[in-house]
Design a protein around this ligand. Structure first.
Ligand code: IMP
Ligand code: MG
Length: 177
């Protein structure tokens, strides 16, 4: 097919164990509430599915689609909404479910966006973050794993729409680089 090189970084079973922990923490944090869980498509696909199935609370699920990377592997630095949420989040507890934090631009943008929509609280959860991201003030409230600052694919993460469906997470080295 091609000669892109994939090196295993994190296995699916380790991810699932951590996802279970995150779900349990949410059950405690939002006991008696009905938060709106908002997945950021398409990278959140598997994380959103695995996480919400482990949550015992009543929740509502919505999705939003953003674009910041185009089809390349470096951030363009600007965030665009391709599809907005449909649930009215005014005065609701919002839990943002994201795939990975690199520069923090996306989550920074979303926090402000949900603030202007008058959410009661906004908690951001990213299953992955690049090592070093915690030095940014705009990291997530919850991070599943800090991973090497490489281009990663799998468990929802794509490169130009490819490799998203891989169960585990891999570092991608492009054949032509
Ligand atoms: P940030 O806005 O720079 O934090 O970038 C976050 C977004 O960029 C994520 O939602 C991902 O969609 C994408 N992204 C960042 N790093 C990677 C990566 O290593 N692989 C795939 N997508 C990534
Ligand atoms: Mg994304």
């Amino acid at each position: 097919m091609n000669n892109d090189e994939l090196t295993l970084v994190l296995s699916n079973d380790k991810i699932l164990t951590r996802v279970e922990e995150i779900a349990k923490d949410l059950d405690v944090k939002y006991a008696g509430e009905v938060p709106v869980v908002i997945g950021i498509m398409r990278g959140c696909l598997y994380f959103l599915a695995d996480l919400t199935q482990q949550i015992d609370l009543n929740i509502e699920i919505d999705m939003m689609s953003l674009s910041s990377y185009g089809t390349g592997s470096t951030s363009s630095g600007t965030v665009r909404i391709l599809k907005d949420i449909e649930i009215d989040i005014t005065n609701r507890h919002v839990v943002v479910v994201e795939d990975i934090i690199d520069t923090g631009t996306t989550l920074d943008y979303l926090r402000e966006y949900f603030d202007t929509k008058k959410a009661k609280t906004v908690t951001t959860i990213s299953i992955f973050a690049k090592e070093g991201t915690n030095k940014f003030a705009n990291g997530a409230d919850v991070v599943g794993f800090y991973l090497p600052d490489k281009f990663l694919v799998g468990y929802g993460l794509d490169y130009a729409n490819k490799y998203r469906h891989l169960k585990d997470v891999y570092e991608l080295k492009l054949a032509d680089k």
